[in-house]
Design a protein around this ligand. Structure first.
Ligand SMILES: [Zn+2]
Length: 259
C-alpha cells in the first residue's frame, strides 16, 4: 500500500503547483490516481478549498449521464464517468449546483454566478458554466487525467466554430411533463484532445507536478482556448480521427459534415 498524504501536504502540493488563492478553479479528477489521502475524496475537496482560500471558487462538473429522465439538482447523481469526487462534491451543504442536466457544482463567492443560467445547447457554449470560468480568467486543474477530460477544450471548439455535431437528446420537464429535446453536440471520442498536452507544454503554459499520488496539470482556461482556437484555425478537424482509423464516434462526427 502506498503511503497516505495528509491534507496539509495536499494543500502544499496544490499551492506549489500554482493554484491561485482567491481565483476560480475547475477540477477534473480521477480519485483513484490521487489516493490514498487523509479524508478520502472529501479530504481532496477540503484541500482544494483550503488552497483556494475563502475568496476562491471551486468548480466541479456535475452533469448526469441519463438522457431519459428529467434532471433534478437535489437528487440526480453525477455521471459515474466524472468520478467519486464529483458525485460527493455537489451533495455538500456549501455547494450550489446548476438547475439543468449539463450541471456544474461550485463553492465559494462566485459559485452561484458560475453555475446559474439556462440549459446551454450544446452544453459547453460561452454562456455555460465552463464558459463563465473562462470569462472569470479561471484555472483548470487535471488530476490524474489528461486533456481528454478537459471540458474547456469543447468550449474552444465552439469558439473556433468546428463544423461537426453528433446527434444527442436530453429529457427536460416542461409544465411538469417530460419532453425530449434533440440537439447536435460538438463531440468525438475526444482521444485527440491529448494533443493539447504538448501544445500547452511547448509554450510553457502548463504547470505540472504531483497532488497526492496523481500527476497534476494546471493551465489557464484562456490559454487553452487561445491555443486550441489557433490550432483549429489551421485545421478545424484536428481532433477527429481520420476516416480509415475506424473510430465510431469520430466517424459519426464526420458524417455530420455531409458529402
Ligand atoms: Zn476518435
Amino acid at each position: 500500500m502506498s503511503r497516505q498524504f495528509s491534507k496539509t501536504e495536499l494543500v502544499e502540493q496544490l499551492r506549489e503547483l500554482g493554484i491561485q488563492p482567491g481565483g476560480v478553479l475547475v477540477v477534473h479528477s480521477s480519485f483513484r490516481a490521487v489516493r490514498p489521502i487523509e479524508g478520502g475524496p472529501h479530504g481532496l475537496i477540503d484541500a482544494l478549498q483550503e488552497a483556494l482560500g475563502p475568496e476562491g471558487t471551486l468548480v466541479i462538473p456535475s452533469w448526469t449521464g441519463d438522457s431519459d429522465s428529467p434532471f433534478d439538482p437535489v437528487c440526480t447523481p453525477a455521471d459515474p464517468d466524472l468520478g467519486v469526487t464529483a458525485d460527493l462534491f455537489w451533495r455538500r451543504p456549501e455547494v450550489v449546483r446548476s438547475e439543468h442536466c449539463f450541471a456544474f457544482a461550485a463553492s465559494g463567492p462566485r459559485a452561484h454566478e458560475i453555475v446559474s443560467g439556462p440549459l446551454p445547447l450544446p452544453p459547453h457554449i460561452p454562456n455555460s458554466p465552463i464558459g463563465k470560468v473562462h470569462d472569470a480568467d479561471g484555472q483548470v486543474l487535471l488530476l490524474g487525467v489528461n486533456h481528454d477530460a478537459n471540458t474547456t477544450v469543447h468550449l474552444a471548439e465552439i469558439m473556433a466554430d468546428v463544423p461537426y455535431r453528433i446527434p444527442y437528446y436530453v429529457t427536460v420537464l416542461q409544465k411538469g411533463r417530460p419532453m425530449r429535446i434533440d440537439y447536435g453536440e460538438n463531440d468525438s471520442c475526444c482521444q485527440r484532445f491529448t494533443f493539447v498536452d504538448d501544445w500547452m507544454r511547448d509554450r510553457g503554459l502548463q504547470k505540472e507536478g504531483s497532488v497526492g499520488h496523481a500527476r497534476a496539470r494546471l493551465v489557464r482556461s484562456r490559454d487553452v482556448v487561445n491555443i486550441v482556437t489557433e490550432k483549429l484555425g489551421d485545421d478545424r478537424l484536428t481532433f477527429l480521427h481520420p476516416p480509415d482509423f475506424g473510430c465510431e464516434e469520430c466517424d459519426l462526427a464526420r458524417k455530420s459534415l455531409g458529402g
